[in-house]
Design a protein around this ligand. Structure first.
Ligand SMILES: [Zn+2]
Length: 265
């Protein structure tokens, strides 16, 4: 189906409040990477700031935007979801601090930033940016701490953006527990939210999922899969990655609602 058509259907769906029925017992966790002044249409990791603000306003209008910790807490306490939505960011790009955070603050929205600890404050060039011939700076530790002070949550995303589907033993332990320690040392506060790098079904072994639990994290997020239902495990959180692929937030609404109806089917 064409993206614009989906957008129109999404608009109708949410305007009719049918979404409230579809999202009963469901929570959505969205994942962003970069928010910049402009985004190339073929750059799946960047959303332009105008579109980002449109998404944020859409989330506020149609969902109950809460922190990811609140979604974890609901599962821990056996409460049912009621159409919550949490905003998250992966990797730790500087534009998260410079461009995305001011929009979130303006709209009073909570968010979680998942950090690759050994990238922070360096000019390391990740493979996916090197392949495109682009360079996007990382946050400094001061910026990560400033986000934390502003009340945003900081989570771990390993030390070196390791593929936790491929590594095991001590190496995996260093990436998982090590990233938590790096963040706690820098922030002087507990860090208990985790998202695994690459985020696909093959990028996390069950052994490493156990390691994440034992390392003291309260959740583990993928970067695929759609919505989450009441009664699920916080160590199997699914997320919806947001990119320029969406023609509008209404298309996102459509995809989420369809996802829900497929889960019900
Ligand atoms: Zn990542």
């Amino acid at each position: 189906m064409r993206r614009k058509v989906k957008g129109l259907l999404g608009q109708t769906l949410f305007a009719s409040r049918l979404s409230a029925v579809l999202l009963r017992d469901a929570a959505v966790i969205v994942a962003f990477h970069r928010v910049q002044e402009t985004a190339a249409p073929d750059d799946s990791l960047t959303v332009d700031v105008e579109m980002f603000e449109q998404f944020c306003r859409y989330f506020s209008r149609h969902f109950k935007v809460v922190s990811l910790s609140r979604i974890v807490q609901k599962l821990e306490q056996g409460e049912r979801f009621k159409g919550e939505l949490a905003i998250t960011f992966d990797d730790g790009y500087r534009d998260n601090f410079e461009t995305a955070a001011p929009v979130l603050e303006k709209l009073s929205l909570p968010a979680t930033f998942f950090i690759v600890t050994k990238s922070i404050g360096t000019d390391l060039l990740p493979r996916w940016d090197a392949e495109r011939g682009v360079r996007h700076p990382w946050m400094t530790w001061q910026e990560v701490r400033a986000l934390h002070r502003k009340g945003f949550d900081i989570g771990a995303h390993t030390r070196t953006h390791a593929d936790l589907g491929r590594i095991s033993g001590e190496e995996a332990q260093r990436e998982i527990l090590g990233s938590r320690r790096d963040l706690e040392d820098s922030l002087g506060a507990a860090v208990d939210l985790f998202a695994y790098p690459y985020g696909g079904p093959s990028h996390l072994s069950e052994d490493n999922r156990e390691r994440i639990k034992k390392a003291g994290f309260r959740c583990c997020c993928s970067c695929h899969g759609g919505i989450n239902l009441s009664g699920g495990s916080p160590f199997r959180f699914q997320r919806v990655p947001i990119s320029a692929w969406y023609a509008s937030p209404h298309q996102f609404g459509f995809e989420v609602a369809v996802d829900r109806s497929l889960v019900n089917a």
